[in-house]
Write a protein that binds this ligand. Structure first.
Ligand code: F6P
Length: 522
């Protein structure tokens, strides 16, 4: 089955949405909240996850029409194509199987006629046994000492995913110190190695292609640094690789037993579920790593089977399209109310913008409607004291995802109450604002009517600014897996609706080529 191919703007649903937009454009979230069932009608629950999307400029009809659009462009078939291992990354001739990496079902998944499940299981066993040896101290360095530090050398998908997860699961971390080197800026690698002991450090070189300039340069620099104290015969105890390019790995000098597989049917930015996640497993242990995969699998099953009306990734994708294509919103914010998730916006920038930043449709024709959202963000409450002024009172419409947890991990209840009061307070302020009358009442005590009138326009909050409340019970490896998979499926849904290919990234190549050319002239 081939991916459906439909210009969304030529569908009947799009026409209806355009008319509907003109009809409800002036309705405010405040008006919509007059319906006492608003919250329950616009909330979806799925195990430990609750998504309240009631503070959006949408009605039931908006959702119905967006769902109609999803059906008209063939989203259901597209989801099946992905899960069944069809070649949906058409421009690179590849299947896209990150969902198979976390699947626990026995159902075979065929890529090029071959069941890929056994190789996934073998790789997982290898990750488990290697992680156990290193964490328990059984794996010894070249002077017989156990490993204390792990350095992940990679960039893009070979860095952002593992780095974000390791940071997010800090609470679950073991004694190993984990570091990430990515930038070709030599100061980055220098800062990392300056405090490391070569006798007790393990280097994980992660590169699907094993040709990426940044990664290979950092790996070579580190190898040279290592060889100042050790010999080439010590390399197997300190260097492992995750790659598809076995030849290049071999010529780098890595023992073939220390190579973890990667596959062409896993895209770089969707690869943390493969051996690219080795530093995650080393950092929090294999069981926690497996729990992360299990959470993602739960979301996969939900995405694949749930009706669109109740399907969390689909609904969030559709709402985002509503703002992007009808309100012409330029950006979206991701605002986690957990310090652990401080790297999530960076990670999502690659996942979302490298996937859906495309201007040519699946026919190869230039697109005349808006695609890929620009995503940015930071953690609450810090960002309230940074950029939220613009989100509240600026001239731009910025839909925002507020990610929160009912419980904190260390249990400081007083802090958590304050954190969550801010979480809800911000969404309320964005949605409902503050009217002239309210501001007037507030300033009345001064008795200076002139001053009140002068200040009034500056203190009014228009409100009517949309947000989604994405609330989990607790930050666990499993709930984190669910959250990341939710965004992955949102990406694919949007790519299908915009009629683009989400899984290639030719746009990053030209800059790389030019840098190479410039370098060769020097
Ligand atoms: O930035 C382009 C890109 O190809 C990403 O898609 C990928 O995650 C990254 O480079 C790293 O690639 P590799 O794992 O092959 O080193």
């Amino acid at each position: 089955m081939a991916l459906p191919n439909n210009n969304p703007t030529k569908t009947a649903a799009w026409q209806k949405l355009t008319n509907h937009f003109n009809d409800i454009n002036n309705i405010t979230i405040k008006d919509l909240y007059k319906d006492e069932n608003r919250v329950s009608d616009f909330t979806l629950e799925f195990n430990d996850l609750c998504v309240d999307f009631s503070k959006n400029r949408i009605t039931k009809e908006t959702i119905d029409l967006l769902v109609e659009l999803a059906k008209e462009v063939g989203l259901k078939e597209a989801i099946e194509c992905q899960f069944n291992g069809e070649v949906i990354n058409v421009t690179e001739g590849r299947a896209v199987m990150h969902t198979a990496l976390r699947s626990t079902s026995d159902e075979p998944v065929l890529v090029d006629g071959k069941n890929i499940k056994p190789q996934i299981q073998t790789a997982l066993r290898k990750i488990k046994s290697f992680s156990n040896k290193v964490i328990s101290g059984k794996w010894k360095g070249y002077t017989g000492k156990s490993i204390t530090d792990v350095v992940n050398i990679g960039i893009g998908g070979s860095d952002l995913g593992p780095d974000m997860i390791v940071e997010s699961l800090k609470f679950y971390k073991n004694q190993l110190n984990t570091h990430f080197v990515s930038n070709v800026d030599g100061d980055h690698v220098s800062e990392i190695i300056k405090n490391l002991n070569p006798e007790t450090t393990l280097f994980v070189i992660v590169s699907k292609t094993f040709t990426t300039q940044e990664t290979i340069s950092n790996a070579e620099t580190i190898k040279n640094w290592f060889l100042k104290s050790a010999t080439i015969f010590d390399i197997p105890k300190h260097f492992v690789a995750v790659s598809t390019n076995l030849e290049a790995v071999d010529s780098f000098g890595i023992d073939k037993n220390n190579v973890f597989p990667m596959w062409n049917w896993v895209g770089g930015r969707f690869s943390l579920w493969s051996a690219v996640g080795l530093s995650i497993s080393l950092s929090v242990g294999f069981d926690n790593y497996r729990a992360l995969l299990d959470g993602a699998e739960e979301m996969d099953i939900h995405f694949r089977n749930e009706e669109f009306e109740n399907n969390i990734p689909v609904i969030l994708a559709l709402i985002s399209i509503w703002y992007n294509n009808f309100y012409l919103a330029e950006t979206e914010a991701v605002l986690p109310y957990s310090q652990y998730l401080k790297k999530l916006p960076d990670y999502l920038q690659q996942a979302i913008m490298e996937s859906n930043g495309k201007g040519v449709d699946r026919n190869g024709d230039k697109i005349d409607y808006q695609t890929g959202t620009i995503v940015w963000g930071s953690t609450g409450t810090n960002m309230q004291h940074a950029f939220m002024q613009l989100v509240h009172q600026g001239t731009k419409l910025i839909p925002a995802d507020f990610i929160g947890y009912k419980e904190s991990l260390y249990g400081l209840k007083d802090h958590h109450k304050k954190l969550m009061a801010n979480y809800y307070g911000q969404m309320e302020a964005l949605a409902f604002g503050k009217t002239k009358e309210e501001v007037h009442l507030e300033l009345q005590f001064s008795g200076d009517e002139d001053k009140i009138n002068t200040l009034l326009p500056f203190k009014v909050f228009e409100g009517n600014r949309p947000s989604n409340a994405i609330l989990f019970d607790k930050l666990t490896p499993k709930s984190l897996g669910k959250l990341v998979a939710l965004y992955e499926h949102k990406i694919y849904t949007q790519g299908i609706l915009w009629n683009i290919y989400s899984y290639d990234q030719f746009g990053v190549e030209l800059g790389k080529e030019l840098a190479k050319k410039l370098l060769s002239k020097q």
